[in-house]
Design a protein around this ligand. Sequence first.
Ligand SMILES: [Zn+2]
Length: 102
Amino acid sequence: MAKPKYRWAHQQERKRWVPVVAAGEAYCAEPVCKMRSRLIPPAWANTQLWHLCHDPTGTVVIGPGHRRCNTSEGASRGNRQRGRKPVTVKREAKPKANRWVV
Ligand SMILES: [Zn+2]
């Protein structure tokens, strides 16, 4: 059961992010994003469609994230604990070849 104090702090922290989301400047902080874009739609600012995400230890706030990504992150964490390591980390796309170099 979550401690009330922790929950209160979490809610305050989340509130601080609402204007950021509303401004269209919040990007999903989850290591693995399931959505087409990491941008959290400004229209979601006052909804529960985004969560404030924590690192795997659950103690450090890493930033806002889509609810869908936040939920699936927890699921994959559970998988890891069962000894199965899902390969989910996406590599950054390679920069395009520089066409000006012969
Ligand atoms: Zn996401």
